[in-house]
Design a protein around this ligand. Structure first.
Ligand SMILES: C[S@@+](CC[C@H](N)C(=O)[O-])C[C@H]1O[C@@H](n2cnc3c(N)ncnc32)[C@H](O)[C@@H]1O
Length: 611
C-alpha cells in the first residue's frame, strides 16, 4: 500500500515534473533522468511554476506546506543545526570544482572540528559520523546511482557542492542505511532551507534547486516493480513492492566502483585473483553491510605482556592489567594474539568517554600497526638477554600521531626521539603523549627527518630506528576509504621513502643497530626480489628495502644492511604473513580468524653491519 502521504507527495512531484511544461529546465523526468536547473531564466520560470505547484498541492500535506510552517514558526535564532546539516556541511565545505573527490578525504576531520557538530547530542553526533562515513565509503556507487537518475550530474553553479553533498547524504540514507524514505528525503532537503541561517557568508538556496533535490530523492524512493512483484499475466501485487527505484539503480553498480580502477588492477597483478578478491571484499563489504565498526586499541601493557621479561612479576602484571581492561570494555571485547584489544559493538559513540581514556591507558591503533615497534623491541631486548631497555636510545622517524612512539615508551626504552615533519601532526603527537603520561622520556623534534642527526655532543649509541614512512596507505582502505580513490602517482612518496631510508642507515643508526622499515601499503613490484644492484625503487615496500640492501653491497660508502628475519614466535597470530625473506607482508582479508580484518602492512627488520 502506498501511504496517503506518499501518494500526495508523489502526485505533487509528478505534477511538478511534467516534461512538456518547461523544456530547458529541469526537475523533469525524461526517461527516468532528472535534469538539474541550469540557467537563471530557467530558475525564474521554475519559480513561477513552483507557485503554481505549491498552491495546487496545498491541501495534501506536501512538504512545501511544512516548509511554509517552518518559515513562519521559526526565526533565524532558534534554528538549530541537525546531524544531517553538519554532515552535509562537512562534505560540501571542502569541495572545489576540480577536487570534489579528493576533498572528501578530510570530511571526517572537518566534521570533528565543526563546533556546530560538537554542540549536538551524542546520538546525533554518532548519526552525523555515520552519514559522512557512508558517503566516503560508498562514493562511487552513490554517484553511480545519481548519474543514472540525474541528467548532467554533478550539479554546477554557485550552490553545486551543497546540492551534491545533500544528494549524496540522501542517497546514503535511502540505499545503504535503510532510513525511512520520509526522513531521508524531507529532513535532508530541509538542510537546504536552513543552510543560510547557520552558515557564514552563504545565501538562500533558490527554491527550484531545493525542489530539484527533493525531486531526485523522491524519485529514488519510489517503489520499484520487482520481477516477483509482477504475477503471471503481468498482474501486479502491490503488497510485494519492497524495493525502491533507487535500489534497482544500485544493482547496476558494484562495490568495486568505490575503488580506483588502477588499484583493482594492481591488486590482481601483484597478489593474484583469489587474494585480490579477498582484499576487495575486506575493503569494500557488500551493499547491505554498513560501515565497519572495527576499532583496535593498544594499551600500555600490550607490548610488555608479550615480552619475555627477566622479571616474571612484570610479565604477569601486564597480562593481568590487559585482562582487567578487557573486562572494562565489555564482554564482546577480544584480546588479539599480539596483545591488542578489539573493541566490541557494545562500546560506541565518543571514544573519549570510554573506560580508561582519561587515565591514559590506551590509544587507538590497528593490530597490524603494532608490529613494527614489537619487532624492534624484540630484537633489542634479545640482544641484551632480556635485560631492561632503560639504557637504550631509539628514534621513531615519522612519528605522528604517535601510536608507535607510545609503544616504544611503554616498552621501557630510556630515550625515545620522535621526529615528525608536520607541525600540525606533531601537536597531536605531543597531546597524545601527554594524555598517556608518556612525555617524560620522549624528545619530540619537528622537522624533516632527512635533516635530523643526533646531537653531536651526544656520544650515546643509537640502538634502533623505527622508520614508518609516509606511503600510499592502501592497506588501510577498510577504515579509510579515501585512500582507495587516490591517484596512482606515488613518485614523490617513493622519493621521500628512499631518502629517509638511506639517511637513517648511513647517517643516524650506529653499527650493530636495528632499522625497522614499515609501510601500510599493499602495493608491490612484480619483478623478482633477487639482489639487483641497479634496481630502481618502483614501489614502497619490498622494493625499497631490496634497494637499501643492494646499495650497501654495491658501494662500501653506503651502510651495509642485512635482514634480521622476523621469527614466527615474535608475531603471534601473524606467523603466516612472514614471507620468504623474513619480512612481514600482511594483506587484508587473507589472515585467518579475527586478524582477517587487520590493516595491510609491510615490515622489514634490518641490522647495520660493522663497516
Ligand atoms: C605513516 S605516518 C606515521 C604514523 C606513526 N608512525 C604512528 O604510528 O602513529 C607518516 C608520518 O610521516 C610524516 N612525514 C612525512 N614526511 C616526513 C619527513 N620527511 N620527515 C619526517 N616525517 C615525515 C607525516 O607527516 C606522517 O605523520
Amino acid at each position: 500500500m502506498i501511504s496517503p502521504y506518499s501518494a500526495a507527495t508523489m502526485g505533487a512531484f509528478l505534477l511538478f515534473s511534467q516534461p512538456t511544461r518547461v523544456k530547458s529546465f529541469s526537475c523533469t523526468i525524461q526517461s527516468n533522468i532528472i535534469a538539474f536547473p541550469s540557467s537563471h531564466a530557467a530558475i525564474t520560470r521554475a519559480r513561477k511554476r513552483h507557485v503554481f505547484a505549491a498552491s495546487t498541492i496545498k491541501d495534501i500535506s506536501h512538504p512545501d506546506a511544512q516548509k511554509r510552517r517552518f518559515h513562519s514558526s521559526k526565526t533565524k535564532d532558534n534554528i538549530r543545526p541537525t546531524a544531517r546539516f553538519v554532515a552535509i556541511a562537512a562534505l560540501s565545505s571542502g569541495s572545489s570544482k576540480k577536487e570534489n573527490v579528493d576533498s572528501l578525504a578530510f570530511a571526517a576531520r572537518r566534521l570533528e572540528q565543526d563546533e556546530r557538530y560538537q554542540r549536538l547530542e551524542p546520538r546525533d553526533r554518532a548519526f552525523a559520523r555515520l552519514l559522512v562515513a557512508t558517503v566516503e565509503r560508498r562514493l562511487g556507487q552513490i554517484d553511480g546511482v545519481l548519474k543514472r537518475c540525474v541528467d548532467k550530474y554533478p550539479p554546477k553553479g554557485k550552490h553545486a557542492s551543497l546540492l551534491q553533498a545533500t544528494l549524496r547524504i540522501g542517497v546514503a540514507q535511502l540505499l545503504f542505511l535503510n532510513t525511512p524514505p520520509f526522513a531521508a528525503n524531507h529532513d535532508t532537503v530541509q538542510v537546504l532551507r536552513i543552510n543560510h541561517c547557520l552558515s557564514k557568508n552563504s545565501f538562500p538556496v533558490p527554491e527550484p534547486m531545493i525542489r530539484f533535490v527533493n525531486g531526485v530523492l523522491r524519485k529514488l524512493s519510489t517503489p520499484a516493480v520487482s520481477e516477483e512483484a509482477v504475477g503471471v499475466g503481468g498482474n501486479e501485487d502491490n503488497s510485494k513492492h519492497t524495493t525502491l527505484y533507487g535500489h534497482e539503480l544500485l544493482k547496476q553498480t558494484s562495490p568495486d566502483d568505490n575503488i580506483a580502477p588502477w588499484l583493482l588492477e594492481r591488486w590482481e597483478r601483484d597478489w593474484g585473483e583469489s587474494r585480490a578478491r579477498l582484499i576487495r571484499e575486506e575493503m569494500m563489504p557488500s551493499n547491505n553491510n554498513p560501515v565497519s565498526p572495527r576499532i583496535d586499541v593498544t594499551t600500555k601493557y600490550s607490548l610488555t605482556s608479550l615480552m619475555e621479561s627477566s622479571n616474571p612479576n612484570t610479565h604477569q602484571n601486564s597480562r593481568a592489567m590487559l585482562e582487567k581492561m578487557q573486562q572494562d570494555f565489555g564482554d564482546d571485547c577480544i584480546l588479539l594474539p599480539q596483545g591488542s584489544l578489539r573493541i566490541g559493538s557494545s562500546l560506541t559513540g565518543d571514544i573519549t568517554q570510554w573506560p580508561g581514556y582519561h587515565d591514559g591507558t590506551w590509544w587507538v591503533q590497528d593490530a597490524s600497526s603494532t608490529l613494527p615497534a614489537l619487532v624492534l623491541t624484540r630484537a633489542l631486548s634479545n640482544s641484551r638477554d632480556g635485560e631492561d631497555l632503560s639504557s637504550l636510545h631509539v628514534v621513531d622517524m615519522c612519528a605522528a600521531p604517535g601510536g608507535k612512539t607510545s609503544q616504544l615508551l611503554s616498552a621501557g626504552f630510556g630515550r625515545v626521539t620522535a621526529v615528525e615533519a608536520s607541525e600540525r601532526r606533531s601537536r597531536r603527537l605531543v597531546e597524545n603523549l601527554s594524555r598517556l603520561n608518556l612525555s617524560e622520556r620522549c624528545h619530540v623534534i619537528v622537522g624533516d627527518g632527512q635533516n635530523y642527526r643526533p646531537p653531536e655532543r651526544d656520544d650515546q649509541i643509537l640502538h634502533g630506528i623505527l622508520l614508518d614512512v609516509p606511503c600510499s596507505a592502501t592497506g588501510t582502505g577498510a577504515r579509510r576509504p579515501d585512500v582507495l580513490r587516490r591517484s596512482s602517482d606515488l613518485k614523490e612518496l617513493l622519493q621521500i621513502q628512499e631518502l629517509l631510508a638511506n639517511h637513517c642507515a648511513d647517517n643516524i643508526l650506529s653499527e650493530g643497530g636495528i632499522l625497522v622499515y614499515a609501510t601500510c601499503s599493499i602495493l608491490k613490484v612484480v619483478t623478482s626480489l633477487t639482489w639487483v644492484y641497479d634496481l630502481d625503487a618502483k614501489e614502497e615496500s619490498e622494493d625499497q628495502v631490496t634497494k637499501l640492501i643492494a646499495r650497501g653491497k654495491q658501494n662500501s660508502k653506503h651502510a651495509s644492511m642485512t635482514t634480521l628475519p622476523i621469527h614466527p614466535s615474535e608475531v603471534p597470530g601473524f606467523e603466516s604473513a612472514i614471507d620468504e625473506n623474513g619480512w612481514l607482508r600482511i594483506l587484508p582479508g587473507v589472515l585467518e580468524g579475527d586478524l582477517r580484518s587487520a590493516d595491510g602492512f609491510f615490515v622489514a627488520r634490518l641490522i647495520k653491519e660493522d663497516s
